[in-house]
Design a binder for this molecule. Structure first.
Ligand SMILES: *Cc1c(COP(=O)(O)O)cnc(C)c1O
Length: 242
């Protein structure tokens, strides 16, 4: 088998993913620009990001602050919208305000307050999504539905932190159809919050769907899909690198 050069492989993968997004959007009777693709570049080096950028990709996602900051520095010449999709500890809020166009992992009142204080001290705004934990797994990050309203109410009082929607990382299933009920529940939760008076601006985005289930997520209303493997290739297993 001949291997494509990095740039050609990533550009071909991106084209294939965009095509599949387009089909899922059409199938669901939605408008093509309803769904934004965030290319999750975690564990991949700056060359991979440059290749995707050259192929027209502008939104990139990272799950670790430290790794992300290094890459953001190495790629400062490119106009990239960086999304933080991994857990953010409150004590790292300072580092995350500024480099990231969107923090998709807001999950506690404490973090809202840290981000607000940090953003206020520099008079910059921070866009966020609230990560929701629908599985109720204690080991998982995210705000459970019972604390969501309180979190959104606190965020609504912020001057610098803006919540733009909800984010979901469901449990992993081999069959993407098994994730569908979770996607559906996130959308239903969004609709219920809207009915209870949460502003539409805070509920605009539904970030859900990854490489193996993004089409199902789009059918269920995703406005942002976060895709890594299908664009950049498979990552080394967790723990394989230092
Ligand atoms: C790694 C990651 C993704 C992308 O996963 P793939 O299966 O490689 O597409 C999406 N969202 C989050 C939060 C991630 O950590």
């Amino acid at each position: 088998m001949t291997e494509l050069p990095l740039g050609a492989a990533i550009s071909a993968n991106l084209a294939a993913v965009r095509l599949r997004i387009g089909r899922a959007v059409a199938r669901s009777g939605r408008a093509p620009d309803d769904v934004r693709l965030v290319a999750v570049s975690k564990t991949f080096g700056p060359d991979s990001v440059r290749a995707a950028f050259a192929a027209g990709q502008r939104d990139f996602g990272e799950n670790r602050v430290q790794e992300a900051l290094q890459k953001i520095g190495q790629l400062a010449d490119l106009e990239i919208r960086w999304h933080l999709v991994g857990h953010l500890q409150s004590n790292k809020a300072r580092k995350a305000v500024g480099p990231f166009a969107c923090i998709q992992s807001l999950d506690s009142v404490e973090l809202v307050e840290r981000l607000e204080a940090e953003a206020a001290s520099r008079a910059v705004s921070v866009e966020t999504l609230v990560q929701v934990d629908l599985a109720g797994e204690a080991t998982k990050f995210g705000a459970t539905p019972d604390v969501l309203e309180g979190l959104l109410a606190r965020a609504a009082q912020c001057r610098f932190v803006r919540v733009a929607g909800l984010m979901l990382l469901p449990p992993y299933f081999d069959d993407p159809e098994d994730a569908r009920p979770f996607f559906r529940r996130l959308r239903a939760l969004r609709d219920a919050l809207a009915q209870r008076g949460v502003s539409a601006a805070m509920l605009r985005e539904l970030s859900m769907g990854m490489s193996h289930d993004f089409e199902v997520a789009i059918e269920e209303g995703a406005t942002i899909v976060r895709i890594g493997t299908a664009i950049f290739g498979s990552r080394p297993p967790v723990g394989a690198t230092g």
